[in-house]
Design a protein around this ligand. Structure first.
Ligand code: NAD
Length: 492
């Protein structure tokens, strides 16, 4: 009989079975097959990981910055060498297509590459003679043990929004990945181990809420990076603040695209359909709502219906697959219930993705692309993050009315505009209340050297993930004001 792998934690440079943990099944969302068991690590494991990190910090912060960067160069090479293995693991546990897994891993590696520039990125600044014979310097120092808690939908990329910057700046790092997708993180940490990283610099601790709460309460954890739903982001942000920790917490989203009648309609509907149905809509930058203005209504609706009908929904490991399943049976039921509720509040179902299945994969969590027209602007569907392949259409008479609708959302992760008018684009860019703006783009994902800038209920904190923001988040500034009297009196 084949026994399932019980995944170990990685603490102090050793792969360890969790102490007294319960185990949870990890399931392939397309096949329903159980592929591993993940520990729900208790506080004692968290304590061991924090202690290992604290111990390693004393020497790691003294490793020259160029040497710390060298470990990242090696790590990058190993990620490239195992690129396909990692992407296949992500697809198996998360359900997205293999092309989507390759795409997210590429974006993750870009963060490793940016963090390789840490000798320049981490520099401070100074002035000579801020007063006669007195100089002032600002230097950046690491914080200590820092933690990232990550969601299920980008198992390869999101840990890499944080890890490379955290360790490059001299911190020790604990990753607590989503318990739904633990095996991709297993790969990342194994490759860091193979890169020769000193023991204790990176820890992997699997688990759920009790594990997160133990991390939030641990006095030696100095900073928390979180990505997940807004409900949990709020909790993590509040607890981190109450316990005196730095926090950057990215939450959920409801991203609208405004379509003007001067947009290039074929290109627009292709881009918006990819944004809405890519990753089965389980993307914090998914367009889940369109606001068509004036004459854009008819051609855009027809083109979207066509795109929704044609999307090839298959097992993600099949190369021709354009959309995989949603993450769990509970997620599928929730999405189907929300479609019914949308119908009850007056939306008209143009394409119904409920009750469908993929031949040979009948145990998968399938929801096919769904298109709803006449969505009430104040209703549930227009305001709720569905996190599935469900796309709603609202119609407005003017660009201003559409922008006002975008700004009435509680979320502010991304907003997009499709147009050929520079003036309209300028107005939108200026007025839209969202941290990531797409002009004729459906997934305005910032590159690794820009901050991932959510606003409103999509982000709690001030410094975002990636690039220079990451470096600032993981360092504290120290200002040195100095005078050397003997030199001064000798010279003058
Ligand atoms: P989630 O909030 O359920 O879980 C995220 C992490 O928090 C996981 O590691 C999980 O173990 C932990 N967690 C879950 N419940 C907890 C609790 N009660 N207390 C403490 N920790 C808890 O999110 P998810 O379902 O894994 O991911 C989907 C969500 O993430 C969506 O809302 C999506 O929009 C959001 N997301 C946001 C971004 C962004 O950049 N803003 C990016 C990706 C995903």
């Amino acid at each position: 009989m084949h026994t399932l792998e019980q995944l170990p934690n990685f603490i102090g440079g050793t792969w360890l079975r969790s102490k007294n943990a319960e185990y949870l099944d990890v399931t392939n969302p397309a096949t329903g097959e159980i592929i591993a068991e993940v520990p729900l690590s208790p506080a004692v494991d968290v304590d061991a990981a924090v202690s290992a990190g604290s111990k390693a910090f004393e020497s790691w912060r003294r490793v020259p910055v160029t040497e710390r960067a060298h470990y990242l160069f090696t790590f990058r090479e190993k990620l490239e060498a195992h690129f396909e293995d990692i992407a296949r693991t992500a697809t198996r546990e998360c359900g997205k297509t293999i092309a989507e897994s390759r795409g997210e891993l590429r974006r993750g590696i870009e963060n490793v590459e940016v963090a390789c520039g840490i000798p320049s990125l981490m520099q401070g600044y100074n002035n000579e003679d801020i007063a006669s014979g007195i100089d002032e310097h600002m230097i950046r120092q690491p914080l200590g043990v820092v933690v990232a808690i990550t969601p299920f939908n980008f198992p390869g990329m999101i840990p890499l929004w944080f890890l490379p910057y955290a360790i490059a700046t001299g911190n020790c790092f604990i990753l607590k990945p989503s318990e739904k997708v633990p095996q991709t993180s297993q790969w990342l940490v194994r490759l860091l181990e193979e890169s020769g990283l000193p023991r204790g610099v990176v820890q992997l601790v699997h688990g759920g809420k009790p594990t997160v709460d133990a991390l939030l309460e641990h006095p030696l954890v100095k900073a928390i990076s979180f990505v997940g739903s807004t409900r949990v982001a709020r909790h993590v942000y509040a607890q981190a603040a109450a316990n005196g920790k730095r926090a950057q917490c990215q939450g959920g989203a409801k991203n609208a695209a405004i379509i003007l009648d001067d947009a290039a309609m074929d290109m627009t509907s292709n881009i918006v359909a990819d944004s809405a149905f890519g990753c089965a809509g389980q993307r914090c930058l998914a367009n889940s709502l369109a606001i068509t203005v004036g004459g854009a209504r008819e051609p855009f609706t027809e083109a979207m219906a066509d795109a929704a009908r044609k999307r090839r929904v298959r097992y993600g490991l099949e190369e021709e697959s354009e959309m995989g399943p949603v993450i769990t049976p509970e997620s599928k039921s929730r999405i189907e219930r929300l479609i019914s509720e949308a119908e009850n509040e007056g939306a008209r179902i143009l394409i119904d993705g409920r009750g469908r299945s993929v031949d040979g994969f009948e145990n998968g969590n399938w929801v096919f692309p769904t298109l709803l027209d006449g969505v009430p602007a104040e209703g549930m569907l227009a305001r709720t993050e569905i996190f599935g392949p469900v796309f709603g259409l609202i119609h407005a008479d003017s660009l201003q009315e559409a922008i006002d609708l975008v700004n009435s959302q509680s979320y502010g992760n991304m907003a997009c505009l499709f147009t050929s008018s520079g003036a309209a684009a300028r107005q939108f860019r200026y007025e839209a209340e969202a941290g990531n703006i797409g002009i004729n783009l459906g997934v305005a994902a910032p590159m690794a050297f820009f901050p991932f800038s959510g606003w409103k209920d999509s982000f709690f904190g001030s410094l975002h993930a990636q690039g220079r923001h990451g470096v600032e988040f993981y360092t504290q500034t120290k200002v040195v004001v100095e005078r050397w009297p003997s030199y001064w009196s000798r010279r003058f």
